[in-house]
Design a protein around this ligand. Structure first.
Ligand SMILES: *[C@@H]1O[C@H](CO)[C@@H](O)[C@H](O)[C@H]1NC(C)=O
Ligand SMILES: *[C@@H]1O[C@H](CO)[C@@H](O)[C@H](O)[C@H]1NC(C)=O
Ligand SMILES: *[C@@H]1O[C@H](CO)[C@@H](O)[C@H](O)[C@H]1NC(C)=O
Ligand SMILES: *[C@@H]1O[C@H](CO)[C@@H](O)[C@H](O)[C@H]1NC(C)=O
Ligand SMILES: *[C@@H]1O[C@H](CO)[C@@H](O)[C@H](O)[C@H]1NC(C)=O
Ligand SMILES: *[C@@H]1O[C@H](CO)[C@@H](O)[C@H](O)[C@H]1NC(C)=O
Ligand SMILES: *[C@@H]1O[C@H](CO)[C@@H](O)[C@H](O)[C@H]1NC(C)=O
Ligand SMILES: *[C@@H]1O[C@H](CO)[C@@H](O)[C@H](O)[C@H]1NC(C)=O
Ligand SMILES: *[C@@H]1O[C@H](CO)[C@@H](O)[C@H](O)[C@H]1NC(C)=O
Length: 607
């Protein structure tokens, strides 16, 4: 649901070629299109790009976001998303319901978009609670700089594909349909190496922190059993410690907006994007042989409602929160629950919004005996401004990256006691349960001066939550219950993950580098550590499964393996909400994969 400022400012420079991005519905040439795509996020923009490769297809993308030329910071990787300072903020202002597993805390749940909400106070708070805050607090600590993270789609630009086993599991459990021509799809889902001629840029870091980096690599030599060096964790076999890869090109964020909707694509005559268009529901349901077909997509702009008319398909790409709430507002969901809210049930699909899966994250920090940390820059306005000026002038320097250098992917010990009563939820033995993301600074409670930080994530949570409606008003915020840390497995794994991070920094090489942990999480009873986790963990923003794919004959699920909604026709879902399990990774890469695969499926249907 995100259209980056960068795109808009780039387009601003090319003036009239931007004609295909409309701000005002009255400028839209018409309301009838072959395909109406809801949401300009990672997957939605991929689908828009791929479908309009066929000049015979007309495509309208409806995006709730606004344009705001002149805000350049979103393209500076270090600033992640500097969209929340000032009068406007650019996300949905969602909070969770009280989270039982987090000692009943209500936590902000930022979902990136570009609507003009003003609430940066809430966002600031959220960063204290989330994994991202963990690593990037330095950014929000700069008085005028906070960052919005498009959690659904673009997050911190970290590009991690997950394990081959993750993708094999989707295929095995969900009977992902082979393409009609039965061509070999290896390589479409798990490109073993990197393509150099794709659309979205992925790169290694463009700024070095030599002392820190050498320590990390040396630690992999000293602890080769637990933390082996992995040359490329995007090979399908992620276990070990590898160099960060990010969706960054030429020192700038590469998002689906800057890549798949780059000027050369947006100029296509058959592609229109309408901004400030918040979709409320699908309307005009009719029963036909294939199931319920909706005749229109209702959206609001400037307080008025309009209806776009798809002649072939509606494609929901509104993300793991937006997609299920649009379905439910359209009468697609649990009939009992919708009826109780006064929404006419159109299609009884109780799995809509259920099985919501999010990864819990927590952070740790250590004060260090080195001046080569990002705190040197972020805690010194002169250096901060210099770094920004350098980025601005040459797209080089420390701002070309987030301040993270490596990721360690690791598993629970095979003989962990938890496995005596819980089945291993990972996709297989080559798939991590735990991520430890290390960098030269960032947030760590109580830290001042120079420090290193670790973002620690439970990748394979067994807790499940839900996204539901609180009323029949489609503009009311939804109820988001992430169910974080509500299972023994997740709490156990969070504890083990912290211990793993501490074991990594116990490699001899760190001895003279690390002074002390900012909070000594090892020197705690299990009860105290659990309490610390419950009071400090937060969602990392990798929500999936709220419109999950399942086998065609399954008794649950929302879409079939062809991504068409069960019991409907002309309605598909192409975003991370269809993933039946979360990847043991960040979800950005998976969202692109879903977009590419989904676009192929749509093209096959309509060729
Ligand atoms: C577009 O439509 C024309 C006319 O119906 C047809 O000849 C052509 O093959 C179509 N192009 C594609 C890519 O389907
Ligand atoms: C955000 O809203 C404020 C006040 O409502 C308005 O002045 C400002 O122009 C809006 N910003 C954007 C980017 O639409
Ligand atoms: C954002 O959420 C907070 C707390 O949930 C609420 O007080 C505030 O009014 C909301 N702001 C907007 C613009 O919706
Ligand atoms: C922060 O922004 C305010 C208002 O734009 C400005 O007056 C102030 O100088 C800025 N502070 C810094 C440290 O840039
Ligand atoms: C549907 O919702 C009702 C009311 O919330 C609930 O009791 C019921 O279990 C749900 N049905 C299914 C199949 O999940
Ligand atoms: C949640 O997913 C599991 C499979 O992982 C399935 O058995 C269950 O029926 C699903 N629940 C709903 C409400 O869809
Ligand atoms: C900030 O950095 C500049 C340039 O290195 C240095 O002269 C200044 O003393 C630093 N300020 C503080 C408060 O450390
Ligand atoms: C960024 O560069 C532009 C010219 O490309 C210049 O006008 C502007 O002042 C620069 N801003 C900073 C903070 O260096
Ligand atoms: C644990 O904490 C106690 C009390 O604060 C302290 O005396 C002791 O040195 C700590 N032990 C370690 C291993 O840090």
């Amino acid at each position: 649901m995100f259209l980056s400022w960068l795109l808009l400012s780039v387009l601003g420079l090319v003036q009239h070629s931007v004609a295909k991005i409309y701000d005002d519905v009255s400028d839209l040439p018409g309301f009838e299109y072959d395909f109406v795509i809801v949401g300009a996020g990672a997957a939605g923009n991929v689908v828009a790009n791929r479908l309009t490769e066929n000049a015979n297809f007309s495509v309208l993308v409806l995006e709730a976001g606004v344009s705001n030329e002149g805000i350049i910071d979103s393209s500076v990787p270090f600033l992640v998303e500097n969209l929340l300072s000032g009068p406007a903020s650019y996300e949905w202002n969602y909070t969770t319901t009280p989270q039982v597993g987090l000692n009943n805390r209500v936590v902000p749940y930022p979902r990136g978009d570009t609507r003009n909400y003003s609430m940066h106070g809430t966002l600031r708070r959220s960063y204290q609670l989330t994994f991202w805050a963990a690593v990037l607090h330095t950014v929000s600590s700069h008085p005028n700089i906070t960052f919005s993270v498009n959690y659904a789609m673009l997050d911190g630009m970290v590009y991690t594909r997950g394990s081959a086993e993750d993708f094999d599991r989707y295929a095995a459990n969900e009977k992902w349909t082979p393409p009609a021509d039965n061509h070999d799809t290896r390589g479409e889902f798990n490109p073993a190496v990197h393509s150099t001629d794709g659309i979205n840029s992925v790169s290694l870091s463009g700024f070095q922190w030599p002392i820190f980096q050498e320590h990390v690599i040396q630690a992999t030599r000293e602890l080769p059993d637990e933390f082996p060096f992995n040359l490329d964790f995007n090979s399908g076999e992620p276990l070990g410690v590898g160099w960060l890869q990010s969706t960054i090109g030429g020192g700038e964020r590469s998002s689906s907006a800057t890549s798949y909707l780059a000027p050369k694509f947006i100029q296509r005559q058959n592609l229109h994007v309408l901004l400030h268009a918040q979709v409320s529901r699908l309307v005009d349901p009719q029963s036909n042989a294939g199931g319920v077909a909706f005749g229109g997509v209702e959206f609001s702009q400037g307080g008025s409602l309009f209806t776009a008319k798809p002649t072939k398909e509606i494609i929901l790409s509104a993300g793991s929160v937006g997609t299920p709430i649009i379905l439910m507002n359209s009468g697609v969901g649990n009939k009992t629950a919708l009826t109780a809210l006064g929404i006419t049930s159109v299609l009884d699909l109780p799995s809509v919004g259920q099985n919501a899966t999010e990864q819990p994250g927590i952070n740790a920090g250590w004060s260090v005996n080195s001046m080569q940390t990002v705190d040197e820059i972020t805690q010194n306005a002169t250096l901060f401004n210099e770094a920004f000026a350098q980025w601005n002038a040459t797209h080089t320097g420390p701002f070309v990256n987030i301040p993270v250098t490596h990721i360690a992917w690791t598993r629970l010990d095979a003989d962990s006691p938890i496995f005596q009563h819980v089945m291993d939820p990972s996709a297989g033995p080559k798939t991590p349960h735990i991520e430890v993301f290390v960098g030269t600074g960032g947030f760590a409670a109580g830290a001042t001066g120079n420090f290193m930080s670790a973002g620690i994530t439970v990748l394979t949570p067994t807790s499940r939550g839900s996204v539901s409606l609180q009323s029949n008003n489609p503009f009311d915020p939804p109820l988001i219950d992430l169910g974080l840390l509500t299972t023994d497995f997740d709490l156990f794994t969070a504890r083990e993950a912290i211990k793993k991070a501490y074991r990594f920094v116990q490699a001899p090489v760190w001895k003279d580098y690390i002074i002390a942990p900012t909070i000594d999480l090892l020197n705690m009873t299990t009860d105290a550590l659990d309490e610390f986790i419950r009071n400090n963990a937060g969602p990392v923003g990798h929500l999936v499964s709220t419109a999950a794919m399942s086998a065609k004959d399954a008794s649950y699920g929302v879409v079939n393996p062809d991504l068409l909604v069960k019991g409907a026709s002309g309605l598909s879902i192409i975003d991370a909400s269809i993933l039946p399990f979360v990847t043991s990774a960040h979800t950005q890469a998976a969202a692109y994969v879903v977009g590419e695969r989904g676009a192929d499926l749509v093209k096959q249907r309509w060729k």
